[in-house]
Write a protein that binds this ligand. Structure first.
Ligand code: FAD
Length: 434
């Protein structure tokens, strides 16, 4: 069996390894070496484009849980990362050159592996293929993908509003109601602010520190979607006529709030809420500091911070199965950031799952969907669950169903999620030979 892989990044390399070890002949097409991307600096496989951290390994973190699950699935990338580790407290940070070298060495050690330095520009694949060309997919190939899946199903930037843990909201300072009483009143959780609170909030927001953007990011994003801090700079009341407008909303005592931040459920379980219209480019630290000035969010736990950057991603819920296969042609899998997972390890996880599923499909076997209590399983559900405004998602505990036990201690509650996910993944693998 031969399967091709487009892109020698994080997802592509993990996908290739999973196929190679199963005896599949793999040809990987990587364009760096003949042409570059605006961000990659080397021709190395699995180059980390920005931070050298693959985040925490701790048992009270979702990224730690994801790593534990991936270890059970024999994840090559994590093995190489640990062999290239540099000290970084609880985080798995790596020497990026060493990491890439180890990945390349591992793949090259397979006789059934071939690396071709070539830019893919069309969709004429003779073999089953994993498309893992990433957020900076070359323009010609983006066009080919658009022709294949439909231009309407491609996004070109992330404009993600922050997401908070439902359990960390102060419900004494928030209330459910829909604007003008239209629709289901539980759709929106309103966080009111008095004039004083609003004025201080806006003052801090306009002076807060923003993350540095690459030139190509600046061009693409701001035309399409204005960050809340940029809006706030236009005038003291701009937000009150924008995402914080109070019209059509009454406090529980019948008065009208001065300003309101609306939260909307991010998932069906209602364990996560996003701040409606609050796409932002503030640094993560500043998001926590400034958004915690909203009274109901004083102690909010941010499961995902807002980000705005260029990204090429497909509307996966319309196009993909939970196994990352194209619904219309199951000889094609998509993997990595372009499926709407966000982050290095999440991209690795999707590469792994896409490869297993494409391999299973080629052998006429059932799709592999990991348990809902695992982060791997929830990323699969994220890419395949219909959503009005599909945006990339990282690993976080808000994705998981509650454990059912009442655990008061926050840290222990998180460890319980971790242990349950790890256990369920083990059981899943005992029952399904993959
Ligand atoms: C600027 C930027 C910074 C980021 N920083 C972080 C961070 O610090 N931490 C984090 O967790 N996540 C970060 N991410 C998000 C994401 O985790 C990374 O982009 C990650 O590398 C995605 O993995 P991938 O395999 O999907 O894509 P990539 O790792 O980018 O791999 C895709 C590969 O495909 C190749 N390619 C593209 N087009 C073609 C073509 N037509 N033919 C052949 N090859 C092609 C590219 O050269 C590349 O090697 C960042 C993303 C961006 C854009």
């Amino acid at each position: 069996m031969r399967i091709d892989v487009v892109g020698g990044g994080l997802a592509g390399c993990e996908a290739a390894y999973q196929l190679l070890k199963r005896g599949v002949e793999v040809v990987m097409y990587e364009m760096r070496g003949v042409s570059g991307t605006p961000c990659h600096k080397t021709d190395n496989l699995a180059e980390l484009v920005c931070s050298n951290s693959l985040k925490s390994e701790a048992e009270d973190t979702a990224s730690g849980q994801l790593k534990a699950e991936l270890d059970l699935l024999d994840c090559m990338s994590l093995r190489c990362a640990r062999e290239s580790r540099v000290p970084a407290g609880g985080a798995l940070a790596v020497d990026r050159e060493l990491f890439s070298g180890k990945v390349e060495k591992c793949l090259s050690s397979f006789e059934n592996f071939r690396l071709e330095r070539k830019e893919i520009t069309s969709f004429d694949f003779e073999n089953p293929v994993v498309i893992a060309s990433g957020p900076l997919t070359s323009d010609a190939f983006v066009k080919a993908i658009a022709d294949k899946v439909g231009a309407d199903y491609l996004g070109f930037y992330d404009a993600v509003a922050p997401i908070v843990d439902a359990e960390s909201i102060d419900y004494e300072k928030a209330f459910f109601a829909s604007r003008y009483g239209k629709g289901d009143p539980t759709d929106y959780l309103n966080c009111p602010l008095t004039k004083e609170e609003y004025d201080s909030f806006v003052t801090e927001l306009v002076n807060a520190k923003t993350a540095l953007l690459h030139d190509f990011d600046k061009r693409e994003i701001f035309e399409a979607c204005m960050p809340v801090e940029v809006m706030a700079k236009r005038g003291a009341d701009t937000l009150r006529y924008g995402p914080m407008r109070p019209v059509g909303i009454k406090n529980p005592d019948g008065t009208r709030p001065y300003a309101v931040v609306q939260l909307r459920k991010e998932n069906a379980q209602g364990t996560m809420f996003n701040l409606v219209g609050f796409q932002t480019n503030l640094t993560f630290g500043e998001q926590k500091r400034v958004l915690s000035m909203i009274p109901a969010l004083k102690n909010a736990e941010f499961l995902r911070y807002g980000v705005m950057h260029r990204n090429t991603f497909i509307n996966a819920p319309e196009l993909l199965t939970a196994g990352f296969l194209l619904k219309a042609d199951k000889k094609i899998a998509f993997a990595g950031q372009m499926t709407g997972v966000e982050g290095y390890v999440e991209s690795i996880a999707s590469g792994l799952a896409a490869a297993l599923n494409l391999y299973a499909a080629e052998k006429d076997e059932q799709e592999i969907i990991f348990p809902p209590t695992t982060i791997c399983g929830q990323l699969q559900r994220h890419v395949s669950t219909p959503s009005e405004n599909y945006q990339p998602m990282n690993a976080n505990f808000g994705l998981l169903p509650p454990t059912g036990e009442k655990i008061r201690d926050k840290k222990l509650r998180k460890v319980a999620y971790f242990k349950r996910g790890e256990q369920d993944m083990k059981r899943f693998l005992e029952n399904r030979n993959i």
